[in-house]
Design a protein around this ligand. Structure first.
Ligand code: BGC
Length: 766
């Protein structure tokens, strides 16, 4: 007969006490971001000592829960596996009741009663949905981004979730790639700060607190560099590009203490990431000292067979564990093949044990060995879900994320008594599209408040609202003009037209690559006809990627990029349209003029034949025949309802040595007629290097709020470490020479100054 697991556990705890005391009294230097809870090591040792090989392998399996109309459910086979101790973790299961029920299956039926861990893609909110991550990144507001992750963790953990598969920290420079929506955009510096902010928000100060969850830095690595923007496609790049551009946000997440890292689907330089020793064993664990656990992406071990890297599924399992993978997400291969692989001496028991140890340690840190049900708390669930303050936080984050791209003749903000408004477009009254991709447990059908609903409420009897959907946004709607007439009639009768257009929510996210960046369906054609009525047209965009907006930019009166703004997206849009909130978002990614310019990003190299303004008529330059080199909207760009003026840069030194710090300052003045926020951006350029350097790199920013007429001096400091890069020999450090620094309101609107660095520095890591 199986002994009652809790008796066993109590014994274990008793056994562990003296060891725990020894550990607590020893002054162990611990540079791990989590302080190991006292007593963890002996308890985990005890468990591992008692576990059979099969039970250890069981910890390495992560399986999905499914959904039925009544909520999450789990397949009969998985229930059996849980009872048999063949499952370490479940994902997609939530609600306090359901996770309790599953937890009981493991705790009360397995020999040692080891608790399950529940994971979920809590990407931009759990119930109360925030803007998509790319939108949040546009706020350049790290505190707000951290708060968003904190709210998501608080809601999720109340429903039994221990672990989120977020943040996605993939740098993305190709808007054809649908998953650009899930990250922080194109920039290494901004992306790294946001990665750390999200990790802090999800994990809080203490993984053992009931309102924190484990975070996952994903998808490791270089997933965003998929060839031609096609999801899951090949990536191939130099080690310098990998380390300079794609890895830093992962390193930032590791430094912030991220608990888990998820491998990516793509191959990198011929080796699938999930079987990539260089990435996992050498860099992640070896160089960075990551001591959390590594989980695969969905069946990405199995996919090493079609990649052409593994002979069969057993070989794939061997390659994955050899590379350093600890947990198999949904593939079932560790469960199926590890025993035979060990028997055949292709994998060692020690490899399996150390993977199991890392997973058990996280369960311990979560406090699950103390109380496996502590996160599945019906009372906390009832209290936390859709709290008014959380919904208010989503609305606030949505406003902060919006970017005003054009505002001719001060079309916006609208007057408080705007007369008749024609509200047009497939996204004006669509609840589910507001949410974008990844809605976790957030409601898409009832809760979201659309622009139409919010406008009706805002207007009351101060104006008239005429609504017509007008056009479809599905690709197959392209030729359908049946809704145009109603929309045009509304436009003709209106004082101003608000067109809410963009992409259907499922056009971005995973497996949602595009070859064009136009407004899909019949929207572009309708927009042209709306403009032709002569009425001022305000285009409000909801989309998950940069779109090619050249025509709109030249023809509509105002453009507001609202991304997918979340549950309270409608009220947030209306707050901005009426000026209750002065837009302060800045683009975290370049908007090209046309898809043909892709990839286009601000920190490109100069080339040997750069196109400079004085050479626009020359042919043999690095240029296009049919489009300028410049983007439509540059990285860092965004307008406000007020104006900010910059003084020239003043430097406290024009020459620094290895130990010195240089301070650059500018005075920014709000010269418009209302208060507003400005993101003051700081870039530099290393003019000559042992390898060529980008024309500009972001190195700092500050978001400041200035009252009408107010001025503020903003200071940025810089030392030799900030100028470090991978030099010709791949050592990391700065090189002496001449530099330019730039301060301004976007990557293409800056003041410049020069300084030089004397002497040489070397740093062992970035
Ligand atoms: C995605 C991951 C996600 C996982 C689990 C995969 O298809 O690539 O980002 O975390 O599914 O839902």
């Amino acid at each position: 007969m199986t002994p009652c697991p809790w008796i066993v556990r109590t014994k274990l705890l008793k056994l562990a006490v003296p060891l725990a005391l020894i550990i607590a009294s020893a002054a162990v230097a611990d540079d791990s971001p989590w302080r190991d809870p006292p007593g963890m090591a002996p308890i985990i040792d005890e468990f591992l000592g008692r576990m059979t090989f099969e039970e250890k392998v069981g910890q390495l399996g992560l399986y999905t829960s499914d959904w039925s109309v009544t909520g999450p459910t789990v397949r009969a086979g998985y229930k059996e596996d849980i009872r048999a101790g063949r499952v370490g973790a479940i994902f997609n299961a939530y609600t306090a009741e359901f996770t309790r029920e599953l937890q009981r299956l493991s705790v009360e039926n397995t020999r040692l009663g080891i608790p399950l861990m529940f994971g979920y893609d809590v990407v931009h909110g759990f119930r109360s949905i925030f803007p998509i991550p790319l939108g949040e990144a546009a706020s350049w507001d790290l505190a707000a981004i951290e708060r968003s992750a904190r709210v998501a963790a608080t809601e999720a953990s109340a429903e039994g979730i221990h672990w989120t598969f977020a943040p996605m920290v993939d740098i993305a420079r190709d808007p054809r790639w649908g998953r650009i929506a899930e990250g922080a955009g194109e920039d290494v510096y901004l992306g790294s700060l946001i990665a750390a902010a999200r990790v802090r928000g999800f994990q809080g100060e203490d993984l053992g607190a009931v309102d924190t969850v484990l975070a996952t830095a994903k998808h490791y690595a270089a997933y965003g560099a998929a060839l031609a923007g096609r999801d899951y496609s090949t990536t191939d790049m130099s080690d310098r590009v990998l380390r300079s551009t794609y890895l830093p946000p992962f390193k930032a997440a590791v430094d912030a203490g991220v608990a888990t890292v998820m491998t990516s689907f793509n191959e990198l330089n011929g080796v699938p990431a999930t079987g990539n020793r260089y990435l996992i064993a050498d860099i992640l664990r070896g160089e960075w000292g990551f001591d959390g656990f590594v989980v695969t992406d969905y069946t990405s071990i199995n996919e090493m067979v079609p990649h052409g890297y593994a002979r069969d599924l057993a070989h794939a399992a061997e390659l994955a564990i050899d590379a350093g993978v600890d947990m198999d997400l949904q593939g079932g291969l560790f469960t199926e093949h590890l025993a035979a692989l060990v028997k055949d001496e292709r994998v060692t028991e020690a490899q399996v044990e150390s993977a199991a140890r890392r997973i058990l340690e996280m369960k311990y840190r979560l406090g699950l060995f103390e109380d496996p049900y502590r996160y599945s708390d019906p009372a906390r669930q009832a209290a936390e879900i859709y709290k008014p303050e959380y919904l208010e936080a989503t609305r606030d984050m949505a406003r902060r994320s919006m970017v005003l791209l054009k505002n001719a003749e001060a079309t916006l903000p609208l007057s408080p008594n705007p007369g008749t408004i024609a509200l047009i477009g497939p996204l004006a009254d669509s609840k589910s599209d507001l949410i974008g991709s990844w809605s976790a447990a957030g409601d898409r059908d009832e809760k979201p408040v659309t622009v139409r609903a919010a406008l009706e409420e805002r207007l009351g009897d101060r104006g008239r609202l005429l609504y017509a959907r007008g056009a479809g946004y599905a690709f197959e709607d392209a030729g359908d003009r049946s809704g145009f007439e109603a929309a045009l009639e509304a436009a003709r009768a209106a004082d101003v037209v608000i067109a809410v257009m963009g992409e259907r929510a499922d056009m971005s996210g995973e497996a949602a690559s595009r070859t064009t960046l136009d407004l899909p369906g019949a929207q572009a054609a309708l927009l042209e006809q709306l403009v032709a009525t002569g009425k001022p047209v305000v285009l409000v965009l909801m989309n998950g990627r940069p779109l090619a907006l050249e025509w709109a930019d030249a023809n509509v009166a105002a453009i507001l990029e609202a991304w997918y703004p979340g549950t309270m997206g409608g009220p947030a849009v209306v707050d901005v349209l009426f000026g209750d909130y002065n837009p302060s978002g800045r683009l975290p990614v370049t908007f090209p003029r046309t898809v043909g310019q892709v990839q286009i990003y601000y920190d490109m190299k100069n080339t040997g034949r750069p196109l400079t303004p004085d050479k626009v008529n020359e042919k043999y330059l690095s240029r296009y025949l049919d489009a300028p080199n410049t983007p439509l909207y540059a990285f860092g760009f965004g307008l406000s309802y007020t104006r900010f003026e910059y003084s020239d840069i003043s430097l406290d030194a024009t020459e620094i040595g290895p130990g010195d710090t240089l301070t650059a300052s500018v005075t920014v003045t709000n010269t418009g007629d209302r208060a507003g926020e400005e993101v003051v951006q700081f870039y530099f350029r290393d003019l000559v290097g042992s390898v060529t350097r980008p024309v500009k790199q972001l190195k700092g920013f500050e978001k400041i709020r200035l009252a009408k007429g107010e001025s503020r001096t903003v200071r940025f400091s810089l030392n030799a470490d900030d100028l470090a890069f991978y030099r010709a020999d791949m050592s990391y450090g700065a090189e002496p020479g001449e530099f330019e620094l730039f301060i301004g309101s976007s990557s293409d609107d800056v003041r410049a100054a020069r300084f030089s660095l004397k002497g040489e520095t070397t740093m062992s890591e970035f």
